[in-house]
Design a protein. Structure first.
Length: 267
């Protein structure tokens, strides 16, 4: 078996230089995944700029190399509950001491635990190619890190939600084809539903602004008929989104059951 070649960097400038000069180089953080390691790896552990947490009035910015254990420590400092609960379900404390938020987002294949909460929270990602080239994109538009670019920061809004539900599906401490995460957020204003977010991620991702907007402005508490109608529409949109994808049907059932449970918190 061929062993990977590991490169190291002490600064962001080192990272950008090596990304430009070494072909096929893959950024790595805590290497807590069970997937085969790439042939050429660049470790970004220890780079201070990527391990910073910056708290602002409306958002928190995490460097991509911030570990999940450090995020969990922010429980009582306005960290969104769905993100805290998601982080807390990842493996165990020892793994969370190694695993990073950037690694959880960028893991290949099945989406990892933080994906649905960050999708629901409308997180934004900062990418850098060098010290002067920066690109921000909504998390909903993210598919992969482009060659030669570095995921440098994750910006997470910290607005409060009246109803916040997170569930991790599948076996504990391992990612399989039945692993997925679900996040639901809702806010009310003057007795009406003012905001709604629904996200599901695993073998595939699902979030539909069209579905969310169907109930915006509805009077609370929701009627049983409104809940039923949204569940039926969600089933149709879910089926359309996963058409052509081979998946375990239990994921569909779990998504609809969790959506029903979450909407019933508004009845």
């Amino acid at each position: 078996m061929a062993y990977p070649t590991i490169f190291y960097a002490n600064t962001l400038e080192d990272v950008f230089y090596q990304l430009k000069t070494v072909n096929g180089l893959h950024i790595t953080g805590g290497c807590s995944t069970l997937e085969p390691l790439p042939e050429k790896m660049l470790s970004i552990r220890g780079i201070i700029a990527l391990e910073e947490i910056e708290k602002h009035e409306r958002f928190i910015e995490f460097g991509s190399a911030v570990t999940l254990s450090r995020i969990a420590e922010l429980k009582d400092t306005r960290l969104p509950s769905v993100l805290y609960e998601a982080v807390s379900t990842v493996a165990n404390r020892h793994v969370r001491n190694l695993a990073t938020i950037g690694g959880n987002i960028c893991a290949q294949g099945i989406k990892h635990t933080l994906y649905a909460p960050l999708l629901a929270l409308d997180a934004r990602l900062e990418f850098q190619r060098d010290t002067t080239s920066t690109n921000f994109i909504p998390f909903s538009k993210f598919t992969r890190v482009s060659d030669g670019w570095l995921l440098s920061k994750i910006r997470v809004p910290v607005e409060e939600w009246d109803v916040a539900v997170f569930r991790r599906l599948g076996p504990s401490h391992i990612i399989t084809e039945t692993s997925a995460s679900f996040a639901f957020l809702a806010n009310s204003q003057n007795g009406m539903l003012a905001a709604l977010r629904i996200a599901f991620a695993g073998l595939f991702t699902f979030r539909s602004p069209e579905l969310e907007n169907r109930l915006i402005g509805a009077h609370l508490p929701l009627s049983s008929g409104s809940v039923k109608d949204l569940i039926n529409e969600a089933a149709k949109q879910f089926d359309a989104a996963v058409e052509g994808i081979s998946y375990n049907p239990i994921l569909r059932s779990q998504f609809l059951n969790l959506l029903k449970y979450s909407l019933e918190q508004l009845t």
